[in-house]
Design a protein around this ligand. Structure first.
Ligand code: UDX
Ligand code: ADP
Length: 468
């Protein structure tokens, strides 16, 4: 089956970049990205390419080239679903906040709503592709909704579907590079014609040897497990960062020595403030939930520990910051460098900066926050409802937003590096030092600052995995 029209439901961090790259490599396919959020669609259609809703290196260039040619963003759900030969579901899949499985299970309401829209509007044979990371057996839910519609006798138009799982492994900040050069393309399903159609799209730029086809459930589970293994490595290295600080060893040397073993590998061994992002916490919580559901409590406890360590790392950072600053940060000004959950993205979902900033504000600190890509509006949402220390007089400004990297340090007692943005790595400390009140502290949660340079300016420094 030749695919001429693709529709993607969900213009977010996954749908947007993925469709842009497909459009770029497949000029004969019209790619229509639809979303229920009109503001988001307006941003994708903005003439000023710096205003796209997502910042990803290389993304704006592709959108500039393809938008209006074979890449389109709109709210026209009905029309685009009708025309599509293939529909990707790339909607958000948050953790449930209430009811059965609250805090662990994934809320499938957006996936369900998308499936119902497809069931309602599609015409003829349509291939439906799960792109979002989903709990195992979600494809069955989608199939059930679609089948109910195709079997409905009242309908005049004939319709039938094939459901495929095609999880996306891109990481934010490197999305375009990951999409251009994927380690593998995973396609799960049981309809050979549908699988072949999707394989043909990817082999426009990906070598066939990298395309792996499996059954639906193995594909869904593999994505969850890949994320769990990555997160587990981060929690592992973070436990060792604490041990290094206690013993005087250096985490960077330990990670290098350990990672040089080919069986272990060098990637994902950077200790830091814990993993953030929309996937890891959500996916492991779901893994814990599924394991418990199948009565595998030891499996659930094992993976729960990966989450516990992640939060523990953030808690211990807050405690040591307060301890180093003479046991109180009440009314002290602290610069926060970086708010995104990692560099090269404007995404703050589950960012460790949120937890740490909230705790510091509760302790009475006044924060000055700078991030090269995160907006003041987003930080406002993330820190909303934060309880300040009511004992601090006139503390009606719990945090301020800084537009200038160097001004962020003005009159501060300490600066905390939360995100590993490149621009933080070679700062001019002769300019910064006079701006800070002495004794001044730098807390480097990513180990990106050169310790010996800082020390020349009489500033104290603590780094993850090597201490002060
Ligand atoms: C992750 C997976 O990498 C990707 O394959 C999947 O599709 C989605 O989830 P993402 O969350 O975008 O991608 O970014 P990733 O690079 O994996 O980083 C996740 C978190 O781990 C970040 O907070 C990052 O700072 C942290 N991290 C990563 C570390 O603390 N140390 C490391 O060595 C690597
Ligand atoms: P991800 O990181 O998984 O891409 P995002 O939250 O960035 O998640 O994007 C998901 C997008 O899906 C959002 O822009 C949201 O408005 C959109 N969305 C959710 N439900 C629907 C729906 N039923 N129809 C169309 N778009 C939807």
């Amino acid at each position: 089956m030749e695919i001429r029209n693709i529709c993607c439901i969900g213009a977010g961090y996954v749908g947007g970049p993925t469709m842009a790259v497909i459009a770029n490599y497949c000029p004969n396919i019209q790619v229509n990205v639809v979303d229920i959020n009109p503001e988001r669609i307006d941003q994708w259609n903005d003439d000023d390419f710096s205003k796209l809703p997502i910042f990803e290196p290389g993304l704006a260039e592709i959108v500039k080239k393809c938008r209006g040619v074979n890449l389109h963003f709109s709210n026209e759900m009905e029309n685009q679903i009708k025309k599509a030969d293939m529909i990707f579901i790339s909607v958000n899949t948050p953790t449930k906040v209430k009811g059965i499985g609250a805090g662990q299970a994934i809320d499938l309401k957006y996936v369900e709503a998308s499936s119902r829209e497809i069931a309602k509007y599609s015409e003829g044979f349509t291939i439906v592709v799960e792109k979002s990371t989903l709990p195992v057996k979600t494809a069955q839910t989608i199939k059930d909704i679609l089948d109910a519609e195709s079997k409905s006798k009242e309908k005049f138009t004939e319709k039938n579907f094939a459901v495929l799982s095609n999880p996306e492994f891109l990481a934010e900040g490197t999305a375009i590079n990951d999409l251009n050069n994927p380690d593998r393309i995973l396609i799960g399903g049981d309809n050979k014609e549908a699988i072949d159609s999707l394989v043909r799209i990817y082999t426009n730029w990906v070598d066939k040897s990298k395309v792996l086809t499996t059954d639906l459930w193995s594909s869904e589970l593999s994505k969850l497990i890949a994320n769990a293994f990555l997160a587990q490595r981060i929690s592992s290295i973070n436990t060792i960062s604490a041990l290094c600080e206690a013993t005087g060893a250096n985490i960077k040397d330990v990670a290098l020595a350990v990672g040089m073993d080919k069986r272990i590998g060098k990637y994902f061994l950077n200790s830091g403030p814990g993993f953030g992002g929309s996937c890891f916490k959500k996916d492991i919580s779901n893994l814990v939930y599924i394991s418990n559901h199948y009565g595998l409590s030891e499996v659930a406890e094992y993976w729960q520990k990966v989450l516990d360590i992640n939060l523990w790392q953030q808690k211990r950072f807050v405690e040591l910051i307060v301890k180093q600053m003479f046991g109180t940060i009440s009314s002290k000004k602290i610069a926060i460098l970086g708010f995104a959950f990692k560099s090269n993205t404007n995404d703050t979902r589950e960012s460790p900066a949120i937890y740490i900033c909230r705790k510091l504000i509760e302790e009475g600190a006044i924060l000055n926050i700078y991030d090269p890509k995160v907006s003041q509006n987003q930080i406002n949402k993330d820190l909303k409802g934060c309880k300040e220390d009511l004992n601090v007089p006139n503390n009606n400004k719990k945090w301020t937003f800084s537009n200038s990297l160097y001004e962020t340090f003005n009159d501060t007692d300490a600066a905390i590096f939360m995100t590993e943005w490149e621009e933080f790595q070679n700062l001019d400390w002769s300019t910064i030092s006079p701006k800070m009140r002495k004794p001044a502290w730098i807390f480097d949660t990513r180990s990106i600052i050169k310790k010996n340079v800082i020390k020349k300016y009489g500033i104290n420094i603590w780094q993850v995995g090597s201490g002060s």
